[in-house]
Design a protein around this ligand. Structure first.
Ligand code: KG4
Ligand code: ZN
Length: 371
C-alpha cells in the first residue's frame, strides 16, 4: 500500500510517500525559517499563506521523487491536530481534494503521535509500550504510549514549550532564529555552570509537568547584568534595530549584545549564558522523562520533536538510559523537526480501519490533562 502523507501543522510544508511496510519512497520539506526569522518566531498568518503557495509544488516533488502518479496512491494522510488552525487547514484541504480526485481514502494523523512514531520508523523495531517525550517548538509533553495510537497524557508544560524557550532566549542573546540550533552552537564554547538558572518543578518527583518561563526570565536578568544594567531589565535586547519595538524603545536600550558581538568578553559570556540555559532545559527534560519511567514502570523511552535534535540532550538521555537500563529511542536528527515521513503512522490507522469522512475538521488545540 502506498500512502502520500502531508504535514502543515506549523511552519514546514512537507509531503512524503511511504508504504505500509514503512518504506520511505520520498520526502520533501519546504522550511519557512527565512520568512519568520525577522520576527524571532512563527507568525501564523504568514505561515498559512506560505503553505498555500508551497503545498502543490511540494506534493508534485514528492510524487516525482517517488516516481509515482496520483493514480498509484492507495491513500492520502494528513496531520490535522494539533497545530496552527490556518496552517492545518491548508494541508487538510489539499488532502481532501486529492482523495476526491483519486477516489482514495483519507487518513488523519495526530502530529504528536507522529513525532513519537519517528522512533518506531527509524529503529525498525517495536518500541511500544513506552514513555513518549515530545519536545518541540509548540509542545513539551510526556505520554504513556500503550501503542502507536494509544496516548495517555502524563504531564506537559504549564507555560512555554522548550523549543519556544530556546527561540526566545536566542532572541535575547542576539543569536539567529531558529534559536535551538544557534544556542546549541554558542553553548559549545560556554560553561554550563557559569550561571545558576532555575529548574522549575524538578524536585517534585510526583509531578510530570514542565515550566520554562521562570528560566527565560532568569536569562533575561543574566543578560541585563552582562549589559551592566544592574537591577533593570532592558525592554528589548534583541539587537534588531529595525524592528518597530526596538525603534520605539531606543532610549531605554543603550546598546545590544549584537552591537557588541565582536567583544571577546560579550562573546564568551553569551556562550556561558547559552550553555547554562541549555543545561537547565536538559536537566528538566531528562529529570521528568526518567521520573515518568519510574512512575509508569515502563522500560522504554522514545523522544521526538525539534528539540530532540539537541546534541547535549541526546547525550544526557543516552548516559542516563545506560545507567538505568532503559531502552532509549531518540528520533534521528532528520526526523526530529517537522517532516511528513513520520506521517507513516497512517499505516497503523489504515490497519485499524480508521478512515475519515470528507467532513474531517482540524483540531488546533492540544488536549490538556484535567486539573
Ligand atoms: O518539531 P518542530 O520542528 O516544530 C514544532 O512542532 O514545534 O520543532 C521546532 C523547534 C524550534 O523551537 C527550534 O528552536 C527547536 O525545535 N530546535 C532545537 C534544535 N533544533 C531545533 N532546539 C534545541 N536544539 C536544537 N539543536
Ligand atoms: Zn512538530
Amino acid at each position: 500500500m502506498t500512502i502520500l502523507t502531508l504535514e502543515t501543522t506549523c511552519d514546514e510544508t512537507a509531503a512524503a510517500v511511504v508504504t505500509d511496510r514503512l518504506e520511505v519512497l520520498s520526502s520533501v520539506v519546504a522550511s519557512q525559517d527565512d520568512l519568520h526569522r525577522r520576527f524571532g518566531g512563527v507568525v501564523p498568518e504568514i505561515a498559512s499563506r506560505a503553505h498555500v503557495q508551497r503545498i502543490l509544488p511540494v506534493i508534485d516533488e514528492a510524487l516525482r521523487k517517488a516516481g509515482l502518479k496520483l493514480a498509484d496512491l492507495d491513500a492520502v494522510a494528513v496531520a490535522n491536530t494539533p497545530g496552527l488552525a490556518g496552517s492545518l487547514l491548508v494541508g487538510l484541504v489539499a488532502a481532501k481534494a486529492l482523495c476526491v480526485a483519486g477516489e482514495i481514502p483519507l487518513v488523519a494523523v495526530n502530529h504528536l503521535q507522529a513525532h513519537i512514531y519517528a522512533c518506531r520508523l527509524a529503529s525498525r523495531q517495536e518500541v511500544f509500550p513506552c514513555v513518549g517525550l515530545i519536545v518541540s517548538g509548540g509542545h513539551t509533553s510526556l505520554y504513556r504510549c500503550g501503542g502507536p495510537l494509544e496516548f495517555e497524557l502524563l504531564g506537559s508544560t504549564i507555560d512555554d514549550a522548550a523549543g519556544e524557550a530556546f527561540d526566545k532566549v536566542a532572541g535575547m542573546l542576539g543569536l539567529p532564529y531558529p534559536g535551538g540550533p544557534s544556542i546549541e552552537r554558542a553553548a559549545r564554547r560556554g560553561n554550563p555552570k557559569a550561571f545558576r538558572f532555575p529548574r522549575a518543578l524538578l524536585r517534585d518527583e510526583e509531578r510530570l509537568d514542565f515550566s520554562f518561563s521562570g528560566l527565560k526570565t532568569a536569562v533575561r536578568y543574566g543578560v541585563a547584568r552582562l549589559l551592566g544594567q544592574k537591577g533593570t531589565v532592558p525592554f528589548s535586547l534583541r539587537g534588531n534595530r529595525d524592528s518597530p519595538q526596538a525603534t520605539s524603545q531606543k532610549g531605554t536600550v543603550p546598546f545590544s549584545l549584537r552591537e557588541n558581538w565582536d567583544s571577546p568578553q560579550v562573546t564568551s559570556q553569551v556562550a556561558d549564558l547559552a550553555a547554562s540555559f541549555q543545561e537547565a532545559v536538559v536537566d528538566c527534560l531528562v529529570g521528568k522523562a526518567f521520573a515518568a519511567l519510574r512512575q509508569t514502570g515502563l522500560p522504554t523511552l522514545c523522544v521526538g520533536g525539534g528539540v530532540a535534535a539537541n546534541a547535549r540532550l541526546r547525550q544526557r538521555l543516552a548516559e542516563q538510559a545506560d545507567r538505568q537500563g532503559i531502552r532509549l529511542h531518540v528520533a534521528p536528527i532528520g526526523l526530529c523537526t517537522d517532516n511528513a515521513v513520520m506521517g507513516a503512522i497512517a499505516a497503523e490507522r489504515l490497519r485499524a480501519g480508521l478512515i475519515e469522512d470528507l467532513d474531517l475538521d482540524v483540531y488546533p488545540g492540544m488536549v490538556r490533562k484535567p486539573a
